[in-house]
Design a protein around this ligand. Structure first.
Ligand SMILES: [Zn+2]
Length: 259
């Protein structure tokens, strides 16, 4: 991309696409023009009296160099996706199925093993990438991980396990050494946060996990103490990590990390 790339976000206006948004080539051809359309949620009912409203050119361009097909005008996302915008990919069953199919197809066409870095650009609510995320299946007690729309810039994801679902928030992420997550669900009998730290050692590295758990309900505290075991979740996680890297696991108690 060139340095003078203009951005529409936050300007209240639009930017005409003059160069390919992936390879920066100016060689773009118009393949379809649907006329001037109002923002999608401001379309008027058929039969309603016409009145003044903004409209934006809906033109589809194809880059002759890299073949990327892209829209010819970037409208400020604040205009197209206001807070009351109701649509996310995950709310449409056909789209969810289509993305799952796309994941299966891409996995076989590209020969994916589950260890690749997969990036979903413009991922909406993460419905497509969640199919890839569940595919490796290295945590045997977790059935699915879905990325949720972020709130206040914090990444949110929902884990589904045999114990139910849990919404987690990424509090801090400093790759490659430190990750802090916390339970974002409200009204549960328990809460808390987890600090993951990777510390280099002579042989490789050591993963430290500090769990700061809180149990609010006395009955759940009793159940947890006697039937679940406080450390069960952590032990399972560490064993799964070890299996993932085909390592023998030695779980020891360490010094808790601070937030
Ligand atoms: Zn291109």
């Amino acid at each position: 991309m060139t340095n003078e790339t203009k951005r529409a976000a936050g300007t209240g206006g639009s930017v005409v696409v003059e160069r390919c948004q992936v390879c920066d080539s100016p060689d773009l051809e118009s393949v379809l023009f649907l006329g001037y359309l109002p923002p999608v949620n401001q379309m008027r009912t058929v039969g309603e009296r016409p009145h003044e409203q903004p409209a934006y050119p809906a033109e589809l361009l194809r880059c002759r160099k890299c073949q990327l097909v892209q829209i010819g005008l970037i409208v400020d996302p604040a205009i197209l996706f206001p807070p009351e915008y109701p649509y996310t990919s995950g709310t449409t069953r056909i789209l969810r199925e289509n993305f799952a199919e796309l994941r299966r197809e891409a996995t076989s066409v590209l020969g994916l093993s589950g260890s690749e870095l997969i990036v979903d650009i413009g991922s909406n609510d993460g419905t497509l990438i969640s199919n890839f995320k569940e595919a490796p299946g290295w945590r045997n007690n977790v059935k699915q991980v879905e990325v949720l729309p972020s709130t206040e810039g914090k990444m949110l994801f929902r884990e589904t396990s045999s114990d139910g679902t849990l919404t987690m928030e990424v509090v801090e992420s400093r790759p490659p050494g430190r990750l802090v997550t916390r339970i974002a669900d409200k009204g549960l009998p328990f809460g808390g946060y987890w600090i993951y730290e990777i510390i280099p050692t002579k042989e490789g590295c050591q993963l430290n996990i500090t769990e700061h758990g809180e149990i609010y309900n006395p009955i759940f505290r009793f159940v947890s103490r006697f039937f679940l075991g406080y450390t069960r979740t952590l032990d399972t996680y560490l064993k799964n990590v070890a299996n993932k890297f085909s390592e023998n696991v030695a779980i020891t108690n360490g010094t808790p990390a601070n937030l």
